[in-house]
Design a protein around this ligand. Structure first.
Ligand SMILES: [Zn+2]
Length: 244
């Protein structure tokens, strides 16, 4: 009896695991051909990490980028910063690569796959084929962080976006080869803010991209058991495409 029960459990669980994998590849609506490529590339070693536990080290990862002392919260600080900056409110989101729809890219490591807090965008051609390709601001906003912090991060940018409905989100772009924007700079959706890189030669070139619904958090370590304050970037962007 016990043996039959475990066989049934085994069959059930493999059914669910199989289904789950199938669903994860659907995050970006790419053709079945590119899904096959995506699966192949997951085995390509050295996209970010080869083994668990997965944590990125780096300089200054524990402090929020903006000192908000004197304000009740980060939103209050940014309300003041965005005051009168109508044209920099976010009115929709595009993808950070392959402007505007991530054309030519696939997700090498998805949000929460192996506790990953972002989506890793990689060129479908694989390897370093996307080295030096443009990285774009996903929406209008203000740059709150832009520097090379070394470690597992390299050149990293963070942008805070104030939406038309007054909610905030933050986007993060890491491992860049070059960065073209400065702390405090207001940017527009689709503006070229950097290029795809290898985090100073540590990985095959790709873009580590995060979207956070909790703004001004410390940088963190790129991986965590609980994604509190983070959302799946691809899903968020697809749910908030520009209406005009
Ligand atoms: Zn990543």
């Amino acid at each position: 009896m016990g043996r039959y029960f475990s066989i049934i459990i085994f069959l059930f669980s493999s059914f669910f695991i199989g289904n789950n994998n199938e669903r994860r590849t659907d995050d970006l609506d790419y053709s079945s051909k590119s899904k096959a490529i995506a699966f192949g590339k997951l085995n390509e070693r050295n996209i970010e990490t080869d083994s668990l536990p997965l944590y990125m080290q780096g300089e200054g990862i524990l402090e929020p980028p903006i000192d908000i002392s004197g304000y009740n919260n980060a939103e209050e600080y940014f309300d003041q910063l965005f005051h009168g900056k109508w044209t920099y409110l976010a009115a929709g989101y595009d993808f950070p690569v392959g402007k505007p729809d991530a054309k030519g890219y696939y997700i090498a490591r998805k949000f929460m796959e192996e506790r990953h807090l972002g989506d890793d965008f990689n060129s479908k051609a694989g390897g370093n084929s996307d080295l030096g390709h443009p990285v774009y601001a996903i929406a209008n906003g203000v740059v709150t962080f832009s520097k090379d912090i070394g470690g597992g991060w390299g050149k990293t940018m963070r942008i805070v976006h104030k939406n038309m409905d007054k909610t905030y989100v933050e986007s993060l772009y890491s491992h860049c080869d070059e960065i073209f924007v400065k702390y405090g700079q207001f940017v527009k959706k689709g503006e070229k803010i950097g290029t795809i890189g290898t985090a100073n030669g540590q990985y095959l070139a790709h873009l580590h991209h995060e979207i956070r619904t909790e703004i001004n958090l410390p940088l963190g370590r790129g991986y965590a058991d609980e994604p509190t304050g983070y959302v799946a970037p691809t899903r968020y962007i697809r749910a908030h495409r520009p209406r005009w």
